[in-house]
Design a protein around this ligand. Structure first.
Ligand code: HBI
Ligand code: FE
Length: 296
């Protein structure tokens, strides 16, 4: 483990250096990134771009190319914002890390995507618990260039603000939708299943596992089924849901979810690894290597 503490602690001690505003919005301290930080970005970027052709969705690869991210050093948010604002009206803003849910939803509802300003240490290249700059910038941001997905993310934010007012069960249903689409979603293309979820596309292991392992279930998208389905935080997903198109996601978020939340409140949640008779099954997983507990 490298001796230096994670940069954000330094940030707090050097408050004078980087203005930290309310709700944790932070100017990207681009000049303060170390050579290690840029090397970590370059290593992760090259490694993912090596394995994603043929695995990531065409939409993701096209969007990332259109974004014009610098592969050799951490991109400047201000430069990306010029391209992104032009394309879909979305903008990035630096944050310390995970925001309170209502703040997060409000930003999405206003086409602002929070990007963690710090990147993981070199010894965390293979796994980091919480979202860092690479997860957010490489994983989440490119698809905001896609008009339909950009609309979906705004609609999700609006839905989140409403769900927050309804209560924790509604919020849990909606968080599951985010988890199984934005973070861990697969999409069906003519040439096979492909990745669009940020949690997968920013992870080498899960980019391979989600498409090629016999262990997980792969099931067709079904809004209410997903909203009932528990998920994993600490391991690969037991189940991946497959959409036919981003338009399908957009249509699914069209109706008011209030009656759906009411209906779901009467039904049990579904364990992460379960396959239902009503499921459209692309793969019934072998379950190999699954942890028996820990679904959230
Ligand atoms: N905050 N910065 C940030 N990024 C996220 O992806 C995020 C968050 N806060 C809450 C959250 N995601 C999830 O709980 C969503 O389902 C709301
Ligand atoms: Fe994420």
């Amino acid at each position: 483990m490298s001796a230096t503490p994670r940069r954000v602690e330094n940030l707090h001690t050097d408050k004078g250096k980087v203005p930290v505003y309310a709700t944790g919005i932070v100017e990207q301290p681009w000049d303060d990134y170390s050579a290690d930080d840029h090397a970590t970005w370059a290593t992760l970027y090259a490694r993912q771009r090596e394995i994603l052709p043929g695995r990531a969705s065409q939409a993701f690869l096209q969007a990332q190319d259109a974004m014009g991210m610098t592969p050799d050093r951490i991109p400047k948010f201000a430069e990306l914002n010029q391209v992104l604002r032009e394309a879909t009206g979305w903008t990035l803003m630096g944050v310390e890390g995970l925001l309170p849910e209502l703040d997060f939803f409000d930003h999405l509802a206003n086409r602002r995507f929070p990007v963690t300003w710090w990147i993981r240490r070199p010894d965390q290249v293979d796994y980091i618990e919480e979202p860092d700059l690479f997860h957010d910038l490489f994983g989440h941001v490119p698809l905001l260039m896609n008009p339909v997905f950009g609309d979906y993310m705004e609609a999700y934010g609006r839905g989140g603000v409403k769900a927050h007012a309804i209560g924790p069960d509604a919020l849990q249903n909606l968080t599951r939708l985010y988890w199984y689409t934005v973070e861990f979603g697969l999409i069906r293309q003519k040439d096979g299943l492909r990745i669009y979820g940020s949690g997968i596309v920013s992870s080498k292991g899960e980019s391979l596992h989600s498409l090629e392992s016999a262990a997980p279930n792969r099931i067709g998208f079904d809004l209410e089924r997903i909203m009932r389905t528990r998920y994993r935080i600490d391991t690969y997903q037991k189940t991946y849901f497959v959409i036919d198109s981003f338009e399908q996601l957009m249509e699914a978020t069209g109706p008011d979810f209030t009656p759906i939340y009411a209906r779901l409140a009467e039904q049990d949640s579904i364990p992460a690894g379960t396959v239902l008779d009503t499921d459209r099954v692309y793969q019934r997983g072998s379950g190999e290597g699954w942890a028996s507990d820990g679904d959230v």
